[in-house]
Design a protein around this ligand. Structure first.
Ligand SMILES: Cc1cc2nc3c(=O)[nH]c(=O)nc-3n(C[C@H](O)[C@H](O)[C@H](O)COP(=O)(O)OP(=O)(O)OC[C@H]3O[C@@H](n4cnc5c(N)ncnc54)[C@H](O)[C@@H]3O)c2cc1C
Length: 489
């Protein structure tokens, strides 16, 4: 067969495939419209579980542990090679397990978030991977405690807890599709180097941050694009004491907490100025141009865990090509950022970038519509609901917005039930449409609390044959209390 005959036959075969003659190989299914390629149907191997948790990030790790501990056969699907999510790639510290007691004299100090999230942090602290609940000495009208982490120990700690709970953990695996029948999700399609496969289950929890499962399932969502995206770098070779004295010499220390560093208690673990106070003008100008925030935390000598570089995108972070440009821009910004530190800030002369996030991170991508949308008033008025699944007391816009009287508000069960779908929960940064309310509910410790609630609920539904709206709330609440969750109503 010569070249011309080959191409003519190929295109005829392609037309045959379009007409349904799938006996020919997939590689020949070229449509007559050169702008499209039609994938041939494929027979996928099927596996059966009780609960699928998508995304092994901040919320997903806790959801999967909670589900497996209920006795549900639980699979956790994660695109990266490790669990942890934005908790190990984005922020300053885990905000926050306590109420804002110090900002409200006379208010009782309470640990609001307990259960599996606290168990995880306590275990991490015991192995030198977190500061525990170090009290804020400055800026305590914003946060009561500082729970700083070692990102690498956090990943290992999470991995081990998942393994001990008996979760079937699929890392390096993308959730690429959903099998839906009427209002029910029947299964998900996974893609990895082992191939494509279908996973059937009874209950599903979307903890992908981006709402990938819900979007594939046809759930309602929006893409607010109301935050900057970020890459954050760890800086090594930093003299933290000299940095402190530099800020302190102009009375500019704005954020400060002491805790264990490399096993030695009473060390600086959180440090930053208030705004740009104390920094040289050229540094401030340069930092502003690259969206750099210098507040950081550490659990090690000579090291700062997170210096953030922010970039506002013109389009939602679900747009691949916009994100590709941003990935490059953020890497340029990180290099400029460390050079600014080298040049202007005492203690950073020989600092270098020792850690970056594998990809840019987001504060939200898709916002998934659930049965209830937590409002700004609910948060700041400290509202509790008859179906609270845990309580929370941190607001990232404090002191402008705080929870009334340094108390707590409740996250209702309904806020986790994806609208229009009978067996799908959403947890993490993807709930709460009001930007100001989201500035509270999106924080790590809230995401973890949501994870314990949705993972427990998903397991109870799968094991007892309920859909998410049929689950008797008392049963869920009893299980949550039994497993350490704290309530205030
Ligand atoms: C720059 C930055 C700084 C922040 N600072 C703080 C702070 O100091 N304190 C604080 O408390 N909060 C902070 N936050 C907020 C908080 O970290 C996040 O809101 C929270 O961690 C989100 O958790 P999540 O579980 O919703 O998502 P993630 O933790 O992002 O988890 C989602 C997981 O799903 C995986 N995934 C996504 N899609 C798929 C798919 N299709 N298939 C398989 N896996 C998939 C991802 O790889 C990821 O591991 C910050 C956020 C950002 C972006």
């Amino acid at each position: 067969m010569n070249r011309r005959e080959f191409y003519r036959n190929s295109s005829l075969l392609g037309m045959g495939l379009m007409a349904g003659n799938s006996v020919f190989g997939r590689e020949l299914s070229i449509s007559s419209d050169p702008a499209f390629y039609t994938e041939a149907a494929r027979k996928l191997p099927v596996r059966q579980f009780d609960v699928v948790v998508a995304g092994a990030g901040t919320a997903g790790v806790i959801a999967a542990i909670a589900s497996a501990r209920q006795g549900a056969r639980t699979i956790l699907v994660e695109a990266k090679g490790y669990p942890g999510g934005v908790a190990v790639e984005g922020g300053t510290a885990l905000h926050s397990f306590y109420n804002l007691w110090k900002a409200f004299p006379g208010v009782k100090k309470r640990q609001l978030v307990r259960g599996i999230p606290a168990e995880m942090v306590d275990r991490l602290t015991a192995r030198g991977g977190a500061t525990g609940y170090a009290e804020m000495m400055k800026h305590y009208e914003y946060d009561a405690v500082c729970t700083a982490i070692d990102t690498e120990k956090y990943k290992l700690n999470a991995f081990e807890m998942l393994d001990e709970a008996g979760v079937y953990v699929c890392v390096n695996t993308l959730l690429a599709g959903v099998i839906r029948e009427k209002k029910e999700v029947k299964g998900v399609i996974l893609e990895s180097r082992s191939g494509r496969e279908a996973i059937y289950a009874r209950s599903f929890v979307d903890c992908t941050g981006y709402g990938d499962l819900a979007a594939h399932a046809g759930a309602e969502f929006t893409e607010p694009n109301d935050y900057a995206v970020v890459n954050s770098m760890g800086l090594a070779n930093v003299d933290i004491e000299r940095y402190f004295h530099f800020l302190n010499s102009s009375d500019s220390v704005g954020q400060l907490a002491y805790g264990p560093r490399d096993g030695v208690p009473g060390q600086i673990v959180r440090l930053g100025s208030e705004g740009s106070n104390g920094y040289p003008d050229d540094f401030v100008q340069g930092a502003r141009e690259i969206g750099m925030s210098a507040i950081s935390t550490t659990v090690h000598d000579d090291y700062l865990m997170f210096i953030k570089l922010n970039l506002k995108l013109s389009q939602s972070p679900t747009d691949r090509d916009t994100v590709a440009k941003a990935e490059l821009e953020l890497r340029k910004r990180m290099q400029t950022g460390v050079e600014l530190f080298n040049k202007y800030i005492p203690g950073f002369e020989r600092a270098f970038i020792s850690r970056t996030s594998p990809n840019l991170v987001i504060r939200r991508g898709r916002l998934v519509t659930c049965d209830y949308d937590i409002t700004h008033e609910d948060v700041i008025n400290g509202r509790h609901f008859e179906d609270d699944v845990f309580v929370y007391g941190f607001h990232d816009m404090a002191p402008k917005f705080q929870i009334k009287d340094g108390g707590s508000y409740g996250i209702p069960y309904r806020a986790l039930c994806v609208k229009g779908i009978s067996n799908l929960y959403a947890s993490g940064m993807m709930i709460t449409s009001d930007h100001r309310a989201h500035m509270s509910t999106r924080n790590t410790v809230s995401c973890m609390g949501q994870g314990q609630a949705s993972g427990t609920a998903a397991a109870l539904c799968a094991l007892n044959d309920y859909d998410s709206r049929g689950l008797p709330f008392r049963k869920l609440r009893d299980e949550l209390e039994e497993n350490g969750v704290y309530f205030e109503s």
